[in-house]
Design a binder for this molecule. Structure first.
Ligand code: RBF
Length: 158
């Protein structure tokens, strides 16, 4: 399914620098794996499009989105890593788990970014149902993995 998903994104690249000398961490949650793979592919394609070298993209998986924060920290702590992109999908269920996870990740990634003084992007798709998630992973609302990669490129060009 992931490869069938098409990226429809459009973002401004006016201020983007060349990324050929930068190293990127990519942390991908395995819950809703087909969707996070599509988001991850969008992020990688975007980094390559802006000059990043394949060998400078360090992709790791974590079990679920809650673990994105520690995964980001594991990567951000390395001096040679310039930025970290985090990818996950949290879909609302019968309980409030989504609220707890989403807030924890938003706060956690903010803290990692500020602690290490590096861009750490929030590529967490938080939706009410599966269809809304697919719409944001290469469907009618684009690919949020592309946007998460574009965000760190923008910040590295600051
Ligand atoms: N992780 C996700 O990435 N997306 C989800 O939609 C998601 N839903 C969960 C629902 C429940 C009730 C629980 C307990 C966990 C869920 N997780 C989800 C996993 C979570 O991010 C984490 O990996 C686990 O709680 C283990 O720390």
């Amino acid at each position: 399914m992931a490869t069938a998903l098409k990226n429809l994104d459009d973002y401004s690249t006016a201020s983007f620098a060349d990324m050929s000398d930068k190293k990127f961490g990519l942390v991908v949650a395995e819950w809703h794996k087909d969707i996070t793979d599509a988001l991850s592919n969008g992020a990688i394609e975007t980094l390559l499009k802006h000059g990043a070298k394949k060998e400078n993209i360090f992709r790791n998986t974590v079990p679920g989105s809650f673990e994105l924060t520690l995964g980001a920290q594991f990567l951000a702590q390395h001096e040679e890593i310039d930025a970290v992109i985090c990818i996950g999908v949290v879909i609302k269920g019968d309980t409030k788990h989504d609220d707890y996870i989403n807030h924890a990740v938003a706060n956690g990634l903010t803290n990692v970014s500020l602690k290490y003084n590096k861009p750490v992007s929030f590529g967490l798709v938080t939706t009410n149902n599966l269809e809304q998630a697919l719409d944001r992973a290469g469907g009618k609302h684009g690919n949020k993995g592309v946007e998460a990669a574009a965000a760190v490129i923008h910040m590295l060009s600051f």
